[in-house]
Design a protein around this ligand. Structure first.
Ligand code: FE2
Length: 409
């Protein structure tokens, strides 16, 4: 028998504080059914820890992730328009995924530019004898909707948030400012956290505030900053996101833009005592530089109207520590040689638009601020056939930067 999950008392600071902030700034959260809860540790029973969040958007697929408090088996019910007439599961090697608390299902064979409805369903996998698996009652999320990207759309738009540093209320606050117009996705350009402690931090400081305002219906990309490489849970971080190619650096086309996402790693040398000999970012950055040059030689990169690089640490205007200098040494010559149009970063906590400088960088360098009030920014990037425009808003709504890059002839 199936029934909806009974509401549990929420002890959840993240949820409560996000809702409080939303009320205070007049932004309506995505409504949550009274029959649902996202509970830290419900007194008993099986529960969602997060609403679903969208990942890796493609014209013909969308990945959906969500967390449950105990191990279970999960699926997605979905369909075009308002229908929920299809069911998708995830499988590996002939086995449908089960005994999971981090759930991930990719909806495949979708139509481009089409609206879909969906809800996620989970059932607890109960302790039982071998070959006699027992499942608990099903729990359902509310129904959400999303629209798949068009194939070769004429435009793309996205919002960049960076350097939140464990201030979950910044996500709804900045989204309220940035989401005044439609957008395709949100890009977290690193340092959402100060360091990775545990799953609860990811839930409270990112997944709940993000799903409260957008992430169940608009996808986001999580890119790593140097702070996400720290802490006892840093090696688990990737499990919570489905990035392109299932790693923290990638390249993809969306409309007139060719995007390159780099993982700039730590800011100090690998042998710094802070890292206890447990990092190898020099080799990792070298590997990315080799990959980057191969990507820059493909036809799609060459013919793109705009080439946009997203990287947490900017290669200039961010001091002279090793991370910056190594990125400059490895990536800088490639950015100039292959005519990058702009790089978008964070890291310095000091927002700014930096014009091209002959001999150094032949493209503008845009840096978002943060994390304290008065320094936080959200950056809106839009591209069409004529221009790529970048507008940065400070957390008081004042525009602090504006740039238009004309399309290549
Ligand atoms: Fe940083």
């Amino acid at each position: 028998m199936e029934k909806e999950l009974e509401i549990k008392r929420r002890k959840f600071l993240g949820q409560i504080s996000a809702a409080g902030v939303l009320g205070a700034i007049g932004l309506s959260p995505i409504p949550v059914s009274a029959k649902q809860s996202y509970s830290e540790q419900p007194e008993s029973g099986y529960a969602f820890l997060t609403p679903p969040y969208l990942q890796n958007p493609m014209p013909n697929s969308m990945s959906i992730m969500w967390l449950t408090n105990k191990k279970g088996v999960s699926w997605v019910e979905f369909g075009e328009g308002s229908h929920l007439n299809k069911k998708a599961t995830s499988e590996h090697d002939g086995l449908i995924d089960a005994f999971n608390t981090i759930n991930s299902v990719t909806l495949a064979d979708l139509k481009p530019g089409t609206q879909y409805s969906y809800r996620v369903v989970s059932r607890e996998t109960l302790p039982s004898k071998p070959n006699n698996l027992q499942l608990g009652e099903a729990i359902y999320s509310k129904t959400f909707s999303f629209t798949t990207p068009q194939r070769d759309p004429e435009t793309v738009s996205f919002l960049m948030i960076n350097d939140i540093h464990d201030r979950p209320e910044s996500i709804p606050h900045l989204m309220k400012l940035g989401a005044q117009k439609p957008y395709d996705f949100v890009f977290f350009n690193g340092d959402v956290f100060n360091q990775q402690n545990d799953q609860q931090q990811i839930v409270d400081h990112m997944l709940l505030p993000a799903t409260q305002v957008f992430a169940s219906e608009k996808p986001f990309i999580m890119s790593r900053g140097n702070h996400e490489t720290r802490g006892p849970f840093a090696r688990d971080l990737g499990d919570y996101f489905m990035n392109r190619d299932e790693r923290f650096y990638s390249a993809f086309e969306w409309g007139p833009v060719f995007f390159i996402v780099l993982d700039t790693g730590e800011d100090k040398e690998d042998n710094d005592k802070e890292y206890t000999g447990l990092v190898a970012f020099d080799d990792y950055r070298k590997k990315q530089a080799k990959w980057l040059e191969s990507v820059m030689q493909i036809k799609a990169y060459k013919k793109a109207k705009y080439r946009v690089v997203l990287m947490h640490i900017p290669i200039y205007y961010s001091g002279d520590w090793h991370g910056t200098m190594h990125c400059r040494e490895l990536f800088g010559p490639l950015f100039n040689k292959y005519k990058v149009d702009v790089t978008l970063s964070g890291h310095t906590h000091k927002y700014g638009f930096h014009e091209p400088v002959a001999g150094d960088h032949s493209y503008p360098i845009i840096i978002g601020g943060g994390p304290q009030d008065g320094r936080r920014t959200i950056t809106r990037i839009e591209a069409d056939a004529k221009a790529l425009t970048i507008k940065m808003l400070r957390d008081d709504g004042v525009e602090v930067g504006n740039l238009a890059i004309p399309a290549k002839a």
